[in-house]
Design a protein around this ligand. Structure first.
Ligand code: ADP
Length: 514
């Protein structure tokens, strides 16, 4: 029995060792195969990497070449275009040569368009185009585009319509320059290729998505060309039969820019009926201007002759507020307490700009604006309104500048700057360290009502009001003098953010009921 058991055991051992050996061999073989595969992959990887680097280097070289070339071409072009304009205005120029100068100008402009288009494309391809997003006052932006395009369409005998189909945001975050470039390109194409009928710009906004539709009653684009026209230098038949052809880069740049901005550009068209370009963009709404990109630093005044403003508001406090905000900057401010008084004041002396309240007894702001427009079409008017519904109406009207109440000084100055084209004198904001609490101010607390009033005046940018309120608090609470002095320094220096921060540290919090 023992012999038998020993025999079976040793046979079992032999078999086990044999199978382990076979398994080991198989595993070694597979490992060797795997290692060979990994080596092959590594080699392919390295090759791919080298190819990618070579392609990137080539792309970079191309971009650098294009950028360099564009700059080089632009300099002589400046001379050509500049002197062509000089010659165009020269009375000594023989009549027969004027047309030749026109041709030089037109060709020069075409070349400039090409250079700009190529530069844009190479910048986008090289990933070098940086979007400069700022807070854009959207109705004013739209207004500007309509003002630019309407005369071009009407000169060609086309009707130009701007239809706003929903509430529009007051301020959006966007690269204004690039959005303007895309819209103007689409609208210019619509005007250029349409011989009769109308060009329409429709705008609607929902859930932070802005949809622009540019529709025309032009020749249309055949279905087989709908994708091709977005490629550089590709034209559809409307482009080919046009005597004054464009650069052929417009739509290419438009689509690329739209993609960079994270949007979509689509086209639909029916030959003989017209085309419809749809631009969809994500444009987040900004509730309040945080700072003003167009009016840097603190505005101290403006250059040039004094400007005369007329403030129309039925509430004396509001008129006074605007006067106090604007007179220190050098504006001459007149007041009118209602629509009739405004019209009478304008009849007596035309101001440079009217700041017009919307809700007033008797003639409301819109009626006054219409009457002003009928008499003085050139007179700029800024609507000042407190209700969102009015802002919508303003947006629908399409051509109105407005400022929301409570009036924020930077926004107001931005609009005034747009209307009057004034050059501001500013004090650079500078990097000032926030004022720290001193032992004298550390444990001074203000009553809730006082603090709220100061916070509100500060939020409105109404520094004069802040100073008056601080004087009043100091007279009542002499103990608070170090704090009021501290706040006065901040407010007088227009350091309103720090002013708010300091103020919030010194408010008496309501005691919890026992
Ligand atoms: P171009 O400088 O030639 O206008 P674009 O890239 O802007 O270049 O447009 C490419 C082509 O698309 C045009 O040549 C034209 O054939 C066609 N196209 C663009 N917009 C319209 C339009 N609104 N109606 C008809 N054709 C259009």
């Amino acid at each position: 029995m023992l012999l038998l058991i020993a025999g079976v055991a040793s046979w079992w051992l032999v078999l086990a060792r044999e199978s382990r050996r076979v398994a080991q061999e198989e595993s070694d073989r597979q490992t060797a195969l795997l290692l060979r595969e990994i080596d092959a992959h590594n080699a392919t990887d390295a090759q791919l990497q080298r190819a990618k680097e070579a392609a990137e280097a080539a792309n970079l070289a191309k971009s650098r070449f294009l950028t360099g070339m564009s700059h080089e071409l632009r300099a002589p072009l400046n001379g050509i275009l500049g002197y062509a304009q000089v010659l165009q205005r020269d009375p000594a120029m023989p009549l027969g040569r004027r047309e030749a100068v026109e041709v030089i100008l037109r060709s020069g402009r075409h070349l400039l368009g090409l250079i700009d288009g190529l530069l844009d494309i190479s910048r986008i391809e090289a990933g070098k185009l940086r979007l400069e997003r700022t807070e854009c006052v959207f109705p004013a932006f739209l207004d500007q585009i309509v003002r630019l395009m309407r005369p071009q369409a009407e000169d060609k005998g086309l009707r130009f319509e701007c239809v706003v189909q929903s509430r529009l945001p007051d301020i959006v975050h966007v690269d204004e320059k690039r959005l303007r470039q895309v819209l103007i390109n689409l609208l210019s194409n619509a005007v250029k290729y349409t011989d009769s009928g109308r060009v329409r710009l429709r705008v609607r906004y929902a859930r932070e998505l802005m949809q622009f539709d540019v529709e025309d009653t032009g020749p249309g684009i055949p279905a087989e060309d709908l994708e091709r026209i977005f490629l550089p230098f590709e034209r559809s038949w409307a482009g080919e039969r046009q005597a004054d052809t464009g650069t052929g880069l417009g739509l290419t740049v438009c689509r690329m820019l739209t993609h960079v901005m994270g949007g979509e550009l689509q086209v639909q068209s029916t030959v003989g009926e017209g085309s419809h370009f749809g631009l969809k963009l994500f444009l987040p709404e900004v509730r309040m201007l945080s700072g003003d990109p167009h009016v840097p630093g603190v505005v101290l005044g403006y250059r040039g002759a004094p400007r005369r403003l007329l403030v129309v508001d039925d509430q004396v406090a509001h008129r006074r507020l605007l006067r106090d905000m604007l007179e220190p900057l050098g504006f001459h401010v007149d007041e009118a307490l209602d629509g009739e008084a405004c019209l009478a004041a304008v009849a007596a002396q035309v101001p440079d700009l009217v700041l017009l309240d919307v809700t007033m007894p008797g003639l409301d702001g819109w009626a006054v604006r219409a009457a002003l427009y009928a008499r003085q079409p050139q007179l700029p008017v800024i609507m000042v309104s407190a209700t969102v519904a009015t802002l919508d109406a303003a947006a629908v009207a399409g051509t109105t500048r407005f400022v929301a109440k409570p009036v924020m000084l930077p926004e107001l100055l931005l609009r005034i700057g747009q209307c009057l084209n004034v050059e501001w004198i500013t004090e650079p904001a500078g990097e000032l360290a926030p004022l720290q609490d001193t032992p004298a101010t550390l444990d001074i607390v203000l009553e809730r009502d006082d603090a709220d009033a100061l916070l509100e005046l500060g939020a409105m940018g109404y520094v004069k009001g802040v100073l008056v309120k601080l004087d009043e608090i100091q007279a009542r609470l002499p103990r608070a003098a170090p704090l009021t002095a501290h706040l006065r320094t901040l407010a007088a220096g227009f350091r309103l953010k720090e002013y708010q921060q300091v103020l919030k540290r010194h408010v008496r919090h309501a005691q919890a009921p026992e």
